[in-house]
Structures are given as C-alpha cells and as structure tokens.
Design a protein around this ligand. Structure first.
Ligand SMILES: CC(C)(COP(=O)(O)OP(=O)(O)OC[C@H]1O[C@@H](n2cnc3c(N)ncnc32)[C@H](O)[C@@H]1OP(=O)(O)O)[C@@H](O)C(=O)NCCC(=O)NCCS
Length: 152
C-alpha cells in the first residue's frame, strides 16, 4: 500500500474530525465530537498550506496540522496535531508524515519547529526519535472558571 501525503482540503473535515475524536478522546476525555470538529475546521481554515492528509489507497488514515508562528527568534512552525487512525498505527505513517512536514517547512524557509506534547501514549517516543528536545519553556495552564479567594 502506497502512502500519499497531500495538502488538506475543506472536504477532509469530517474524516479528520472522526480520527481526531477517536484518537484524542483516548488521551484526554475533554475532547468531544463537536470540539474535535471545531479544532479541525479552525486548523484547515487558518493554515491550509500547513495541514496535510495521509492517504492509503485513497482512504484518509491520518493527518498533520501545523501553524505559522512569528516567534522571538524568527519564522517558526508550530506542530499542532498529528494523528493516525489506530488500525494503521505502527506502520511508519506518522513518522513519514512528520518528515514530509519538516521538508516542506525547510523549503519554505522555516528555521525551527516546536510543539506541546501530551505525556500519555507513545508520541513522545516518536518526537524524540525525530530529534525534538525539551526547551527552556514550560507549558502552563490556569483555570478561569474557578473563583479566586483574595485574602486581605
Ligand atoms: C503518535 C502517532 C501519531 C504515531 O503514529 P504511527 O504512525 O503509529 O507512528 P510510527 O509507526 O510512524 O512510529 C514511529 C516511531 O514512533 C514511536 N512509536 C510510535 N508508536 C509507538 C508505540 N505504540 N509504542 C512505542 N513506540 C511508538 C517509535 O519510536 C516508532 O519508531 P520505530 O517503529 O522505529 O520503533 C499515533 O500513535 C497516534 O495517532 N496517536 C494518537 C494521537 C496522538 O497522540 N497525537 C499526538 C498528540 S501530541
């Protein structure tokens, strides 16, 4: 079976959303079908030239979503999401798609690529294999729906 990596199209939204929901809801239960779809629509609409579909014999089996970022040190690419449908995992598809993204980004003049990763699942192994290293930055979050008690 031949892998085709091609630019994402708006009509890929349904298939990407299905894969997104089935793969990411295993890692983080906060994802719903609706939020998965919204995430995909936003990525394809905002950075169509940095989103790619993985196709095996005409069937979409995964995707890579990236974004352009102007960062302190120049033109950066942000790897937002990568997913391969469970049935097709462990066949080298995720790695091939990411290597494809790196070569496209390099050809377009990007200096570096960075990402936030979930500690759950095998993805850190994949990123380490591809040469990603932890940076001096830390990913943080503050819940805004909690009421703060201010002591005087
Ligand atoms: C992460 C993901 C995209 C990997 O896709 P994949 O096509 O299965 O990965 P590959 O077959 O290309 O694997 C490449 C390398 O990644 C690592 N890897 C991938 N899956 C692994 C697993 N289940 N266990 C251990 N290592 C794994 C290995 O180092 C592997 O290299 P090797 O085959 O030489 O050992 C896929 O598991 C997935 O969609 N996961 C759910 C979504 C997700 O976590 N996305 C990232 C969010 S930050």
């Amino acid at each position: 079976m031949d892998l085709l990596i091609r630019p994402a199209r708006k009509r890929d939204t349904n298939k990407f959303s299905e894969i997104y929901y089935s793969e990411f809801s295993k890692l983080d239960r906060n994802w719903t079908r609706q939020t998965s779809r919204a995430r995909i629509r936003q990525a394809i609409r905002t950075y169509p030239s940095l989103c790619f579909a993985m196709e095996l014999d005409g069937k979409i089996v995964g995707f890579v979503l990236a974004e352009h970022l102007d960062f302190a040190k120049g033109k950066y690419i942000y790897l937002a999401d990568v997913a391969v449908s469970s049935k097709f995992q462990r066949r080298g598809l995720g790695e091939k798609a990411l290597r494809f993204l790196f070569s496209v980004a390099k050809a377009r003049g990007y200096k570096s690529i960075y990402l936030n990763a979930i500690r759950k699942g095998p993805v850190l192994k994949l990123y380490k294999k591809l040469g990603f290293r932890q940076t001096k930055y830390v990913h943080m979050e503050k819940a805004l729906y909690l009421i703060e008690v201010v002591c005087s």
